[in-house]
Design a protein around this ligand. Structure first.
Ligand code: OGA
Ligand code: CA
Ligand code: FE2
Length: 474
């Protein structure tokens, strides 16, 4: 509970991971077109030592012979804002990679997907059930928290009173309520809540201990629920989503996309293959995703190691982990009539620090009101990919380093039309050795499934560290 009011980590814990590895289709690997691509030269990158990917056919997905040797982890060079580099990512297929920002290292790639690719992925997603995107804890966990709150209101008050002045001001209230309720509230929303629920007896915009202890958790929750379900305006993430299997599918569009990503990122094949599956997200008018980080930093807690899809890289039975998404590659699957930009509020900001972020309060996070104030705003265009590195590469180890706080980003409100996107997140373990262990583990899982021809579903879990994964449906 004591981290509830921490601005810097406000959104760090809140994304849900529902990646499911369906191993049902594993017995039939394609695909002649993929293996032909292996020797394509990547043009225009200045760093040498790119992966030479020589495997062929079935084995391509499970070749674990090389990655530890190739350090540092590759990053596409940004050179300067506006820089364009041509890359051949499949035989005869060239793509223009445009640098949009160096802080964070951020690129735009027009026409990364063809119109047909986009339509096909949307149709695959439509065939599946779309689920409300949520950043909330599941109900069970929430109730545990609520009980805790009842028991320790005074303790909680102290924890939320960040500046220790004996009052909770509106920012402090916003910080705590958002984390507990997955909503997104402006100061005026909070004033409205004070009014509706008669919370601020003396009308000074702050809550003292007495006012706080008198709070009725249930009525606050009901108020929040109404605000977060009806309009959606107060929701951090207002969209629907589903997951498409890429690792084990025969679908040529999804497989070819993965092959392009392997060429583009120059990361070891298995790092890509054993990353999360493809997440497809659908926004309607008013839909958005307020500014957040896709990955989690070490500061989230001591000894919390990287993991994904319900597994910790080191101990596969331990479901407590932080999400380490080295990279994000986001694809726009349609043209949005109006709105729906992807905004990076602090990109290329010379003076940005965690303190300035805190001082700016909600303004930087609230993309419903402040989308176009952001330093980098990417227009959604069908087929375009946006790619960025959520983490630095550690200078000493050559492996994944600290999270890059400049990667703060989100999806602005859709004003007209709908918006379809897909996310590829590239997960990396804490160390090359742990990556190798995870890789071996996943390789064996896939091999075994293939041999036995049996299906098994591995559910993902919510990405909140310090909590165990529950049995979650979708
Ligand atoms: C996400 C995200 C941005 C967008 O899904 O994590 O940041 O433009 N989306 O939809
Ligand atoms: Ca007061
Ligand atoms: Fe994101």
């Amino acid at each position: 509970m004591n981290s509830m009011g921490k601005m810097a980590t406000k959104f760090d814990h809140l994304i849900v991971v529902f990646a499911t590895i369906s191993l049902l289709t594993i017995s039939a690997f394609p695909s002649p077109t993929l293996s032909e691509n292996q020797d394509a030269e990547v043009v225009g990158s200045s760093t040498a030592d790119a992966e030479v990917d020589q495997c062929v056919g079935d084995d391509c997905r499970h070749d674990r012979s090389y990655y530890v040797a190739n350090l540092p982890l590759y990053q596409v060079p940004g050179v300067e804002v506006g820089h364009k580099q041509e890359m051949e990512l499949a035989p005869g297929q060239f793509f223009t990679v445009i640098t949009r920002s160096l802080r964070p290292l951020l690129f735009e790639i027009p026409h990364f997907l063809s119109n047909e690719d986009c339509d096909h992925i949307v149709s695959l997603a439509k065939k599946k059930e779309l689920f409300n995107s949520t950043t909330l804890e599941d109900l069970e966990e929430y109730d545990e928290e609520a009980e805790e709150i009842d028991m320790e209101m005074e303790e909680l008050f102290k924890g939320l009173d960040e500046d220790k002045n004996g009052f909770l001001d509106i920012e402090e209230i916003i910080n705590s309520l958002e984390v507990a309720h997955g909503g997104f509230f402006s100061p005026n929303d909070i004033r409205q809540m004070y009014k509706d629920l008669h919370m601020d007896h003396d009308g000074d915009d702050m809550l003292n201990v007495k006012e706080f202890v008198a709070l009725n958790e249930t009525s606050i929750r009901e108020w929040m629920d109404e605000r977060t379900s009806n309009s959606g305006a107060n929701k951090i993430r207002h969209s629907k989503q589903t997951w498409l299997q890429q690792t084990t599918t025969d679908n040529p569009v999804l497989r070819a996309l993965r092959e392009r990503v392997i060429k583009l990122t120059r990361l070891p094949r298995n790092v890509i293959e054993y990353s999360e599956q493809l997440q497809v997200v659908y926004y309607e008018v008013g839909g958005h995703y307020h500014a957040h980080y896709d990955s989690e930093d070490r500061e989230i807690g001591p000894n919390i190691t990287c993991g994904q899809m319900g597994f910790n890289y080191t101990d596969h039975t331990n479901m407590t982990y932080r999400l380490c998404r080295y990279m994000t590659i986001l694809y726009y699957l349609n043209d949005v009539e109006d709105g729906g930009e992807t905004a990076f509020p602090v990109a290329n900001n010379e003076t940005f620090t965690v303190e300035t972020l805190r001082a700016a309060g909600n303004r930087l996070y609230d993309l419903s009101s402040h989308c176009l104030d952001s330093n980098v705003v990417v227009k959604p265009e069908k087929g375009k990919a946006v790619m960025w590195y959520n983490h630095y590469v550690d200078g000493e180890t050559g492996w994944i380093g600290d999270m890059d706080n400049y990667t703060l980003h989100g999806g602005c409100d859709v004003h007209r039309g709908t918006k379809w996107i897909a996310n590829n997140w590239i997960n990396v373990a804490d160390t090359p050795e742990q990556q190798a262990a995870f890789d071996k583990y996943m390789t064996d899982v896939y091999r075994k499934e293939k041999e036995e021809g049996e299906g098994q579903e591995v559910h993902g879990c919510r990405r909140r560290a310090r909590r165990r994964c529950g049995k979650l449906g979708h």
